[in-house]
Design a protein around this ligand. Structure first.
Ligand code: ADP
Length: 488
């Protein structure tokens, strides 16, 4: 099996594979003992019900609405009724003197509780509720059901020995299925309140509940095939609820609890790419026009206008550089910074980009030292971006006419590139923070404009290429920024 395929399986399907194994074991267990099968399915769903409640309860303060808290509470109290249903199931011999009717009544009661709760849960998208009142209400309903089944014996008969399911039980299963169908429709009405994956998981889980209910109208004995298939549908339904709430909630909380923030984040992305296009186009035409004018004016001898135009030209570069940095930073944050990897000769690549570097270093003395002739693999444009960032910083933070030295050497299995300036330097204690997002030294801020993003982006690019990046600097003597580029 090739590695990529293996990684995809491990990353995306390992939990599913484990669940399928678990599912098969549970299914096979019914050949050995139906009671073992039933108890395992019910315990699995009870554990999930309790976990959903614990998750929803502990995240209720940070959650924007009470939908999941209400859902979690409904699952929890349904779980309590399921627990009694499991203990009273035929063959468990825990409660004496009860037949199949009691566990069937408890089952129907727990399904009614769940179906009605799921139906009304969307109300809590808009409305916050008093948590204690809600828990007390569920608690009371659960106690009343247990009393009615075990003590008062006034819960409608659901199973008659010898005759099987009663009309009440069968009709109830249809009513419950109908409630789940309406809930599935309601869910699709409120689909924009959920992340797509959560929405699909919840919908399928509700649909599996319907399938289970319909299968439960068909069984004659509580150990027969329809009863078993119904329980398997319940098992799957709980697994999907677990994935929707716990797995997504813990691994991608933004997709469950903070969906509004995620939507805002997406809007920010859209806004930034809009700015990128809409602002950069006019900037490009300003730059083109100013360059044409510079060429034109340089013959006229109007030095003042020429100087003003150069300032405009320079400022346009600064603005478009800032916008590019903002867009790149956003792409890094969302893991969307794209790389186009090619194989290239590093020495030739430096020769190719040196005319661009020279235009940046007009008022300084550029010296290029060293050579390399090795072939490497990487994104040329991104590496060029790092070198240009080092050079523009060297220009920005060192006085005119000073030297800027670009050096390249090959050592063992890496290329080391350095950009040395003789400028303001960086205090020792600041050197460690220099690659952080938005970090600018006070001296740097006084000296030149910037957003403090260039080195952060450079570090990301170099890390992507498995290289290292660092600085050697002394205040008022200058700085040398380095990166290494692995040859293999
Ligand atoms: P900026 O756009 O602010 O220059 P960078 O991330 O490229 O963003 O640099 C971060 C900060 O590091 C700068 O604001 C400056 O304070 C400092 N810095 C970077 N390069 C140099 C340098 N060659 N000499 C002195 N300080 C530098």
């Amino acid at each position: 099996m090739n590695n990529v395929f293996k990684n995809v399986i491990v990353k995306y399907f390992i939990r599913e594979i484990l669940f399928i194994i678990f599912f098969i074991i549970i299914f096979v267990s019914h050949f050995y003992s139906y009671l073992l099968f039933h108890t395992s399915v019910e315990l699995f769903s009870i554990i999930i019900a309790v976990s959903i409640f614990i998750f929803a309860w502990n995240t209720r303060k940070i959650s924007k609405n009470n939908y999941f808290l209400f859902l979690g509470s409904a699952y929890f109290f349904t779980g309590i009724l399921d627990f009694f249903h499991t203990l009273s199931y035929k063959g468990m011999s825990i409660f004496s003197g009860i037949g199949t009717n009691v566990p069937t009544q408890l089952w129907i009661a727990s399904r009614y509780l769940l179906a009605i709760s799921i139906l009304i849960a969307p109300v809590f998208f808009k409305r916050k509720m008093n948590e204690i009142t809600m828990l007390m209400s569920y608690f009371l309903i659960t106690i009343l059901i247990l009393l009615s089944v075990f003590y008062l014996h006034n819960f409608p008969e659901s199973f008659r020995e010898g005759a099987g399911l009663t009309a009440f039980k069968i009709e109830s299963e249809y009513v419950i299925s109908f409630l789940f169908i309406i809930s599935a429709f309601l869910l699709s009405y409120f689909r924009d309140k959920f992340d797509k994956k959560v929405y699909i998981l919840l919908s399928v889980s509700f649909i599996l509940n319907i399938v289970a209910e319909l299968l439960f109208t068909l069984y004659v004995g509580v150990y027969d095939i329809y009863n078993m298939l119904g329980h398997l549908a319940v098992l799957l339904s709980y697994y999907l609820i677990y994935k929707a709430v716990i797995e997504v909630g813990l691994t991608k909380p933004y997709n469950l609890l903070f969906l509004e923030l995620k939507i805002l984040d997406r809007k920010k992305d859209e806004f930034l790419s809009l700015v990128n296009h809409e602002v950069k186009n006019p900037l490009a035409s300003i730059k083109l026009s100013s360059e044409l004018l510079i060429r034109h004016l340089s013959k006229s001898g109007d030095t003042q206008s020429l100087e003003d135009l150069r300032v405009i030209n320079n400022d346009v570069d600064i603005i478009s550089h800032m916008i590019s940095n903002l867009v790149d930073m956003n792409r890094i944050e969302s893991g969307k910074l794209k790389y186009r990897i090619t194989r290239f000769n590093f020495g030739k690549f430096i020769e190719e980009i040196s005319p661009v570097i020279k235009t940046l270093v007009r008022n300084h003395k550029l010296i290029i030292k060293g050579k390399t002739d090795v072939n490497v693999k990487g994104d040329k444009d991104r590496i060029k971006q790092v070198i240009i960032n080092f050079i523009t910083n060297a220009v920005k933070y060192s006085p005119k006419d000073k030297k800027i030295i670009l050096s390249i050497k090959t050592e063992d299995d890496e290329i080391i590139l350095g950009v040395k300036d003789f400028g303001i330097g960086i205090e020792r204690e600041k050197q460690i923070q220099i690659f952080d997002k938005y970090f600018r030294t006070e001296r740097g801020e006084r000296k030149a404009e910037g957003l403090g993003l260039g080195l952060y982006i450079s570090k990301e690019i170099i890390s992507f290429h498995k290289g290292k990046i660092w600085v050697d600097s002394e205040v008022n003597k200058g700085s040398t920024f380095y990166f290494t580029f692995p040859i293999r």
